[in-house]
Design a protein around this ligand. Structure first.
Ligand SMILES: [Fe+2]
Length: 198
């Protein structure tokens, strides 16, 4: 899949809210480079996941997470005076699931979905490498701040570590809130229902 920076900005308008031009360009470049490795023809065809949210687009999820995380951060700052790095938060939200497009591949024989996303299955990379590890590799490859690598790597329960930053907390809760909004709408079992603290 060949993507341009203009294509990324059209899919993820939130990228323009990153004030640091170099960070903005690196976030777009990571998407363009990972897309070039993906087996998908269009980013809009990639599903959010392979089970409860297989009907919805990953791109819609990423936008929802970014907007929700920014709302959490803005209210946390306004009501509690909690500072956060807005550029880092937007970059982390936009990059947290970038590796899903190479962790999955189209499944032409797969059961049709009820939504805009296409049937998918795990790729060889998805079967052998933990979710978000490849996204984190790209973050390091671009020389982005360690703080961004930390949040991208730890955003998933597949990680052996949890995030220690407030940007990580906002991404973590927004990630599940966006998913639960989609799951609840179709009567599914939400992440909140399955929640356990360990
Ligand atoms: Fe996510």
């Amino acid at each position: 899949m060949v993507l341009s920076e203009a294509g990324i900005r059209a899919l993820f308008p939130e990228i323009d809210e990153i004030s640091d031009a170099e960070l903005r360009r690196n976030v777009a470049d990571i998407w363009i480079e990972v897309a070039a490795e993906a087996a998908w023809d269009r980013l809009e065809d990639v599903p959010k996941n392979l089970d409860a949210e297989r009907d919805r687009r990953l791109t819609d999820h990423i936008r929802g997470v970014t907007r929700m995380a920014l709302a959490l951060a803005e209210i946390g700052e306004r009501e509690q005076g909690t500072p956060y790095n807005r550029d880092y938060l937007i970059a982390c939200c936009l990059l947290h699931d970038v590796s899903k497009i190479v962790e999955t591949e189209p499944d032409l024989e797969g059961r049709p979905t009820d939504g805009p996303a296409l049937p998918a299955r795990k790729s060889a990379l998805g079967a052998k490498i933990q979710h978000a590890a490849y996204a984190t590799h790209k973050v390091f490859e671009k020389g982005l701040p360690l703080e961004i690598a930390h949040v991208v790597l730890t955003h998933t329960h597949a990680s052996n570590m949890r995030s220690t930053s407030v940007e990580g907390a906002y991404l973590f809760y927004a990630d599940y809130a966006d998913s639960d909004a989609a799951i609840h709408k179709v009567g599914g079992r939400t992440f909140a229902e399955r929640w356990h603290l360990g």
